[in-house]
Design a binder for this molecule. Structure first.
Ligand SMILES: [Ca+2]
Ligand SMILES: [Ca+2]
Ligand SMILES: [Ca+2]
Ligand SMILES: [Ca+2]
Length: 369
């Protein structure tokens, strides 16, 4: 009984502060038995419960170095080991500190795409072929087909401007010093078909690619010829043309006041409009001016850096640094790691000899595992 009375009086004394008197923060963290443990390259998330949080500031130290000033802690470790984390919460009433240990376990991962979340190509000469689509296919069966290809480092096409694929991995790709990954394609000298790369991390922890996207700001990002927030709508042709090289094949209208047609070419006889999509298809993104040019033959030289299917997979200029990511306002963001990648074709260009410029994706390589 005495104990209970003592505890009650303690609670009363703690809560009996007058209105203008602020109590020091109270932190409670549910620590698992044996302490916090996480596999390397997986997000560690700690959400403390804090009382007396008015005008509070937070400081999270990892092995003595401040790594966050947010109420929740989110971190991903590149290697196995043990670490000390210290949270300090401060308000006008005082300072409260909690210290605990984290064990980071060793783990083996696959250096490949392990999941495709979405596949939506724009009309193009390899659509319904790479991968094959029949009239029975749906967005979901096409997602599965794209996943079968990409998890085997086999190739898919994204078709015309805006066509995209979203994929993920069995681990978080860490933003280490320098370059971090390559989106594999089939580019070679003077044969670039650049795709814009978007990155994201699983901020809400649900395993789905439904979090904020960041664009990898490649060499063209700030050029005058680059159109941000470009939008194009493609129209499904009513019938396939009689002319195997029909110039007015698939109509498009963009948000820049332009309209035109994708042409059909005699080398690719199937319908170029994704057979599982409805009458119109609207796609959005950053539009880059194509490098397509005619010398003695047609060429599409690569942009300097920062794109998919731009330089050959073995060229260091195909490597991407996660630190190039920017938010929707163009502000640089420092991501600790990424869980999802979206690639979409950034160009709209074609010629009667080599046909369209359309990004191919053939896998992914994490440069840090
Ligand atoms: Ca990096
Ligand atoms: Ca998510
Ligand atoms: Ca292509
Ligand atoms: Ca290509």
């Amino acid at each position: 009984m005495k104990k209970i009375i003592f505890a009650l009086s303690l609670i009363l004394s703690l809560t009996a502060c007058s209105e203008d008197e602020i109590a020091a923060p109270e932190i409670s963290i549910t620590e698992p038995t044996g302490g916090f443990a996480i596999d390397k390259m997986k997000w560690l998330r700690i959400q403390p419960e804090v009382k007396n949080s008015q005008d509070i500031t937070y400081s999270w130290l990892l092995d003595g170095t401040e790594v966050a000033m947010s109420s929740n802690f989110e971190y991903v470790f590149a290697a196995a080991g043990t670490h000390t984390i210290q949270l300090t919460a401060k308000n006008a009433g005082g300072i409260t500190t909690k210290t605990f240990m984290v064990t980071v376990n060793e783990q083996t991962y696959i250096n490949k795409i392990t999941k495709v979340f979405e596949y939506l190509p724009a009309p193009g000469q390899f659509i319904n072929v790479l991968p094959i689509a029949t009239t029975d296919d749906t967005a979901e069966t096409m997602r599965v087909k794209a996943e079968e290809k990409l998890t085997a480092n086999s190739m898919i096409t994204l078709g015309g401007f805006g066509g995209y694929v979203i994929f993920g991995f069995d681990h978080t790709v860490i933003n280490k010093e320098g370059n971090d990954f390559i989106v594999l394609g089939n580019a070679f000298a003077n044969n670039a078909e650049p795709g814009i790369i978007m990155v994201s991390n699983d901020a809400n922890g649900n395993g789905l690619a439904d979090d904020e996207w960041y664009e990898i700001a490649g060499s063209e990002y700030n050029k005058d010829t680059t159109i941000k927030n470009y939008e194009i709508t493609y129209y499904k042709p009513a019938t396939e043309p009689a002319n195997a090289s029909e110039p007015n094949y698939i109509k498009w209208v963009d948000n820049q006041g332009q309209t035109g047609y994708l042409s059909k070419n005699a080398y690719h006889k199937q319908t170029y409009y994704p057979s599982w999509k409805g009458e119109t298809l609207t796609l959005k993104g950053t539009f880059l001016k194509s490098t397509m040019a005619k010398t003695s033959y047609w060429i599409t030289p690569a942009y300097e850096f920062g794109y998919a299917d731009n330089w050959s997979n073995t060229d260091a200029k195909s490597q991407i640094d996660i630190s190039w990511a920017v938010d929707k306002d163009g502000k640089a963001v420092q991501l600790k790691g990424i869980d999802f990648v979206k690639v979409y074709n950034s160009n709209r260009a074609e010629n009667s000899s080599t046909g369209e410029q359309s990004t191919e994706v053939a896998g992914f390589k994490d440069l840090n595992i």
